[in-house]
Design a protein around this ligand. Structure first.
Ligand SMILES: [Zn+2]
Length: 498
């Protein structure tokens, strides 16, 4: 019979993704992925591919770590930070090669694979003739010439090719696999001629995870999945988000600088929402989680590296402080229960962000949101899907009215230890949903700049042809004043040991 000690003794960093039906880690382990680029998209792509466990990761790009990336940290400047060239350079001084900086940090995130940053300009065609054949290529530049050269090499050598680009408003990915029926027009569209400006900080977080997942699918397709057949778009200017409409005129402004975000959960989704808030210059970030980092977390919680056996909140914040030291960080190692109410009696955060993995805590956070009149973003993922839901008391329906969270909490209530309740989990869905949550956070605090947050449920489904979409839901409720709040504790308190 299996007991907990046996499970712990045999745990490895890929355990959670190897629980996925059809997953074969050896396929990835025996693959070599080439990433072209050295800006923020390449940072995210390299991070994601390293966590997934591609056996060899090579990052090709040029450019030096700029003074400005390191400089702003040392000054309490009023200027906004700019991470469009990346965020994985915190161990390196300025003027070092960017791809070496990426190699340095991602190699610590996964020490079981080979990662190399190579300072070479792959938009120069000759350089393709000197590299060793990869298994799959991702071009993460905004450079159509680079993409054209990479695509040509991929076609000649029968290698799957993923193209990803972004600016601050829009991100796009597309796939070309050997022997598909795509015509020249489709191939030309993969060069993304319209995305030649600097890369977007949050569009890149979302699109890079999709890009690596398409690379993974091109090598290892799971039951129910199909390879990408068309270009996928995430577009901040569109009310529908995932098409090319230009409903909104938006600017790229860091609107979280004077805001306090209370984030509950420093796990898979939480690593990425927190990174997003760090990159977007949040004023204060309170990070709450009672867990301690374990080896089996590291395939999807990249910032816990070298923090195994430490509290997750501390391991994560240690890294975030180095990426952006100007933020006020408040780590709290604690499980959020009914007694957490005292926090809201003494603090008024601007936003509650839920990245927990259980409906019991989600239901409780919805109650706190309604009672203390604080906007709330809730995110949840499975290995092949995820969703994000925004609730603003008095303006939108609450999480309970949108997804019946109280009933789900009551139905699912069985006390279980974490390792026995092991669920399959992978980095992709967490990174995508987290990126979309941070985007909604900026809309909640600055609708005049980014447009209103969506009142629909944001969905990611790996097996759907378009991958991303919005689901309609109930739009309004008055749970904040109809007595729901007053009776909630009596109805639910047995779940929280109250
Ligand atoms: Zn409601």
């Amino acid at each position: 019979m299996t007991n907990i000690e046996d499970l712990i003794a045999t745990a490895n960093r890929y355990d959670r993704q190897e629980l996925i039906q059809g997953w074969n880690q050896d396929i990835l382990k025996n693959s070599k992925i080439i990433i072209i680029g050295s800006d923020i998209l390449a940072n995210y792509v390299a991070l994601n591919a390293s966590c997934l466990g591609f056996g060899e990761v090579e990052i090709y790009g040029t450019g030096k770590i700029k003074d400005s990336i390191q400089n702003f940290k040392r000054t309490v400047s009023k200027e906004n930070s700019d991470y469009s060239e990346g965020f994985l350079y915190y161990n390196f001084p300025e003027n070092e090669s960017k791809v070496k900086g990426i190699e340095n940090i991602t190699s610590m995130m996964n020490q079981e694979i080979s990662i190399k940053g190579i300072n070479l300009d792959m938009s120069y065609g000759f350089n393709w003739s000197v590299i060793k054949r990869p298994t799959v290529i991702i071009d993460a530049t905004n450079n159509p010439i680079s993409k054209y050269k990479a695509l040509s090499y991929a076609k000649t050598n029968n290698i799957p090719f993923v193209s990803v680009s972004s600016n601050s408003k829009i991100g796009k990915i597309g796939l070309k696999v050997p022997q598909d029926e795509k015509d020249e027009n489709y191939e030309n569209n993969l060069l993304f001629h319209d995305l030649e400006n600097k890369q977007g900080e949050m569009t890149s977080m979302i699109m890079s995870a999709l890009a690596v997942d398409e690379a993974r699918k091109s090598l290892m397709l799971l039951p129910g999945e199909q390879k990408l057949d068309d270009i996928v778009v995430y577009n901040k200017q569109s009310n529908q988000k995932f098409d090319l409409a230009e409903d909104l005129e938006i600017k790229d402004e860091k609107v979280l600088r004077n805001k306090h975000i209370l984030q509950i959960g420093a796990g898979s989704e939480g690593n990425f929402t927190a990174l997003g808030f760090v990159i977007r210059d949040v004023g204060k970030l309170t990070l709450i989680d009672d867990d301690v980092a374990e080896l089996i977390n590291l395939n999807r919680q990249p910032f816990l590296y070298d923090g195994v056996d430490q509290p997750k909140v501390q391991a994560a914040i240690d890294k975030f402080k180095r990426i952006n030291p100007r933020i006020e960080y408040e780590p709290i190692q604690k499980r959020v229960g009914l007694d957490f109410e005292s926090y809201f009696e003494n603090n008024k955060p601007d936003l509650i962000v839920d990245t927990v993995d259980n409906n019991k805590t989600r239901a409780l956070l919805n109650y706190f949101s309604l009672k203390y009149d604080i906007p709330f973003i809730s995110g949840g993922t499975r290995y092949n899907s995820g969703q994000a839901v925004v609730s603003i008391p008095g303006k939108t329906a609450c999480l309970n009215c949108k997804v019946d969270i109280d009933k789900m909490a009551l139905d699912s209530y069985t006390p279980q230890s974490c390792i026995l309740a092991a669920q399959p989990s992978v980095i992709t869905s967490n990174q995508i949903i987290a990126g979309l949550m941070v985007e909604e956070a900026e809309r909640i605090v600055a609708p005049e700049i980014y447009g209103n947050p969506t009142n629909k449920i944001i969905k990611y489904i790996s097996g759907e042809s378009l991958r991303l979409g919005l689901l309609p839901t109930i739009e309004r409720c008055d749970c904040n004043k109809n007595g729901y709040v007053n009776t909630w504790v009596d109805k639910m308190k047995h779940l929280y040991g109250g």
